[in-house]
Design a protein. Sequence first.
Lengths: 114, 109
Amino acid sequence: GAVVSQHPSWVICKSGTSVKIECRSLDFQATTMFWYRQFPKQSLMLMATSNEGSKATYEQGVEKDKFLINHASLTLSTLTVTSAHPEDSSFYICSAKRGVAEAFFGQGTRLTVV
Amino acid sequence: LAKTTQPISMDSYEGQEVNITCSHNNIATNDYITWYQQFPSQGPRFIIQGYKTKVTNEVASLFIPADRKSSTLSLPRVSLSDTAVYYCLVGGGYQKVTFGTGTKLQVIP
């Protein structure tokens, strides 16, 4: 299957700082990328959908000013958690699709805010 | 988006065949059925996708009845390494990809 790479795999940051997570589709051009958050023992919760070159569409209840998403190219999307707080600690996962094909997922990023 | 219903958990002994059924009563004509596997602290991994009847690949089979209101993921001869959460998703095309609760499969030695 296609390869989606997420970086970093884990990050610890201080409360009030910002953290950027990268998501790259390594062997295909992704027309659409998705960002998810997953808390322990829960399912993945979709945060936003981004299409290359356009603004991301956020799910209800997700603060767009706090979770900045940039999809600057067909192989890269970034999620920036601004002014992070301990309650933002979670497992963040991205996925990428090419057209109508199935989605492929990154390995996830464990964010811990202290 | 079609809502899916799966058992929350299942147990199976090593070497047995495991069948996980997913209900999706309001599946749309253009929707595909896709199954993913997720291990702790990893992103979901694509297992199989189908539209109707039966699909088989090197790791699983997917059975879809004619009315498409349900589907069954079949894992042959499971091993301990198949212990994971399995998600059934319905949609496809240009729709967003959303997850239900999933089924936690525990394989017992």
